[in-house]
Design a protein around this ligand. Structure first.
Ligand code: GLV
Ligand code: MN
Ligand code: MN
Length: 399
């Protein structure tokens, strides 16, 4: 098994000073990640394919090369958030390849094709919509909208994809590919402090979404504009950040404003505009909706008080995912009764679950930190994760 070697090769890709990773879609780091995956697939004699949406698949086909039907799919993603940890995504991909190594060492012969997926733009860190690759594959996003999504420099998904040699006109739902997938099992580092044993099984993914506030005021001089004359969008924005915290506490939700763009962003100028993104999640849809409604009302009130315009746009929403399925029970039984826990993090497994039986394995994270460089999993736990995934995959591909 090449677990440690794979990890060592992957770790420097997109690593930035300060400790985190920046692996954004269709950038040099993303190309390096894809090249790494291609090499690992070829090393194992797996058939490497890229679909029309930028997702990669490495297939271990059944002997005889029959058409891919009822395939077992595993894997995760290799892109990251800005300054993200090393494990979110890559752990699922590396573990999948390592699990194949284990199965082969043990002489397991697949009766169903086994694929390892690397889904594109899972974090939505560059183009704003999380799980974009799996949303396109399953038809959960209009390809016209996806082509027009822009990064912070105004580059569209279509142009970024084309610059990397892929045809953006071809993106969109792929019912044939989807029809060949019998089930999907994603292994992922746990992203909070909820898991006390090396490996657990997902029960649910909280509903979650992203919204963009646009506050529009009047740019002006920081020294000469008297306080009553100002229409400063920073003020209702600041009020909205605090209101988000209060609303989240009221509705037993979480709300985060982690990205903001100030125009023109000068120290001696009152801003003319503030764009700010809200991420809200909760155990149920009603709590998410109530939280966002409260935050919106607070933003509109504060904007009105400061003579500032405000609009709110929903950029993406994912409904609650309940993994209470036969597949989840099969995982728990195969692993001899692993703990079952929900997560507030989003995953491609959540998108695929509307189309194929889907389950998730979690590997313990002792820091409880994720989307930051301190995200961690001990090697012993990761190897337990590989063993668990191998056991689950063996159970699935041999029956
Ligand atoms: C992705 O990891 C998310 O939960 O936003
Ligand atoms: Mn993530
Ligand atoms: Mn992830």
């Amino acid at each position: 098994m090449r677990y440690e070697a794979m990890w060592r090769d992957l770790l420097p890709i997109g690593h930035v000073s300060g400790g985190g990773h920046r692996r954004f879609s269709w950038t040099a780091a993303d190309r390096e990640c894809r090249a790494w995956f291609t090499e690992e697939a070829h090393r194992r004699g797996l058939t490497l394919e890229q679909d029309r949406n930028g997702n990669l698949f490495a297939w271990w086909d059944v002997p005889g090369g029959a058409a891919r039907r009822d395939a077992v799919l595993t894997g995760s993603h290799l892109d990251s958030v800005p300054d993200g940890g090393a494990f979110d995504g890559p752990l699922g991909v590396v573990s999948a390849l390592a699990a194949i190594d284990l199965l082969r060492e043990r002489g397991v012969a697949p009766a169903r094709p086994l694929g390892v997926a690397v889904f594109a733009e899972e974090e939505g860190a560059r183009f704003g919509v999380a799980c974009l690759g799996s949303r396109l594959l399953t038809g959960a996003i209009d390809p016209v909208r996806a082509r027009g999504l822009r990064d912070g420099d105004g580059v569209t998904w279509a142009d970024a994809m084309a610059a990397d040699g892929h045809d953006p006109e071809a993106i969109g739902p792929d019912p044939d590919l989807l029809a060949g997938i019998g089930c999907f099992v994603e292994l992922h580092v746990e992203q909070g402090r909820a898991l006390q044993t090396p490996v657990g099984v997902a029960s649910a993914i909280w509903p979650h979404g992203r919204w963009r506030f646009d506050f529009t005021g009047q740019g002006n001089h920081a020294g000469t504009t008297l306080l009553p004359d100002r229409r400063d969008p920073m003020l209702p924005f600041a009020h909205t950040v605090l209101a988000a915290r209060d609303a989240a506490a009221r509705h037993e939700a979480v709300a985060t404003m982690g990205k903001v763009r100030v125009t023109p962003n000068g120290v001696n100028a009152i801003p003319s505009a503030v764009q700010a993104w809200l991420d809200t999640r909760a155990p149920d849809d009603a709590a998410v909706r109530a939280t966002v409604a409260d935050i919106r009302a607070a933003a509109e009130k504060a904007a009105g008080e400061h003579g500032v315009g405000v609009t709110l746009a929903e950029e993406s929403y994912t409904e609650v995912v309940d993994f209470r399925t036969e597949l989840r029970d099969r995982l728990v039984t195969t692993l001899g009764g692993a703990p079952v826990l929900p997560t507030g993090a989003g995953h491609d497994a959540g998108i695929l679950s509307a189309h194929v039986p889907t389950a998730m394995l979690f590997v313990r994270n002792p820091t409880g930190v994720s989307h930051a460089p301190e995200e961690h999993a001990e090697t012993g736990d990761c190897l337990a994760g590989v063993e668990a995934l191998a056991a689950v995959l063996e159970n699935l591909i041999t029956s």
